[in-house]
Design a protein around this ligand. Structure first.
Ligand code: AP5
Ligand code: MG
Length: 215
């Protein structure tokens, strides 16, 4: 049965970083709802324009458009053996839609919850830099590029996300507690939720994740 790994956790905890590591180690596709929205914003699509109005405020994009975007992405052939879902689902309505979609594909969900305290999230989001071309992630203290301001992988310029401003991060954390944490409880109650301490260094978090997924 195809396995879809769902990565849950607050802003800046390392979902994107760990999804990239997992994708390389276990060979599943990495799908990030935030990256898909940023790609649409860059390409100035209608979806991008709508998403930007929510993302800039640190609010969630409405469920219907988010679900349609992910449904379309996971229907592609490269996801037929499973995928790593980074940042989706984020509300109970999205989780329900995912369950229905995966029932059609005979897929199962493995939910992973990565945690860290708020001070860690603020330090990580405020020091994050991304590359313009493909969204590769760096940090000015924990994951420096070889050359300042330039992506090691594709040579494109690095930039900081507009929604990583202090006030917007504070709202994203608030929204996370209000709208996404109930979902963590839902996955905990149905059993099998994997909980990982995200406050450790990147390599240790990956090790913990891989060994928990093997169990
Ligand atoms: P999204 O892009 O998903 O943002 P997020 O969930 O807030 O999470 P981040 O991407 O900020 O953090 P991350 O956990 O991926 O951390 P990262 O690995 O980069 O969503 C953005 C917006 O899009 C949302 O606010 C919403 O508006 C909209 N959206 C997205 N999905 C949606 C959905 N399903 N429904 C509705 N709306 C949706 O790491 C952070 C930094 O820390 C990096 O610099 C990294 O290098 C560093 N780092 C990572 N791990 C470590 C470590 N272990 N030690 C030290 N540094 C580390
Ligand atoms: Mg991310």
């Amino acid at each position: 049965m195809a396995t879809y790994i769902v990565l849950l956790g607050p802003p800046g905890v390392g979902k994107g970083t760990q999804s990239g590591m997992l994708a390389r180690k276990i060979g599943l596709v990495h799908i990030s709802s935030g990256d898909l929205f940023r790609e649409n914003i860059k390409n100035q699509t209608e979806l991008g324009k709508l998403a930007k109005s929510f993302i800039d405020k640190g609010e969630l994009v409405p469920d219907d458009v988010t679900i349609a975007m992910i449904r379309e992405r996971i229907s592609k052939p490269d996801c037929k053996n499973g995928a790593i879902l980074d940042g989706f689902p984020r509300t109970p309505v999205q989780a329900d839609a995912l369950k229905k979609t995966l029932a059609e594909f005979s897929g199962q969900v493995k939910a992973v919850y990565i945690t860290a305290e708020e001070a860690v999230l603020i330090e990580r989001t405020s020091g994050r830099w991304l590359c313009r071309k493909q969204g590769h992630v760096y940090h000015e203290k924990f994951n420096l590029p070889k050359q300042a301001g330039v992506c090691d992988v594709d040579g494109s310029e690095l930039y900081q996300r507009d929604d990583d401003k202090k006030e917007t991060v504070a709202n994203r954390i608030r929204v996370y507690f209000e709208q996404t944490l109930p979902l963590v409880e839902h996955y905990r109650q149905i059993g099998g939720l994997i909980e990982i301490n995200g406050a450790q260094d990147v390599e240790q978090v990956t090790k913990d994740l891989l060994s928990a997924l093997k169990r």
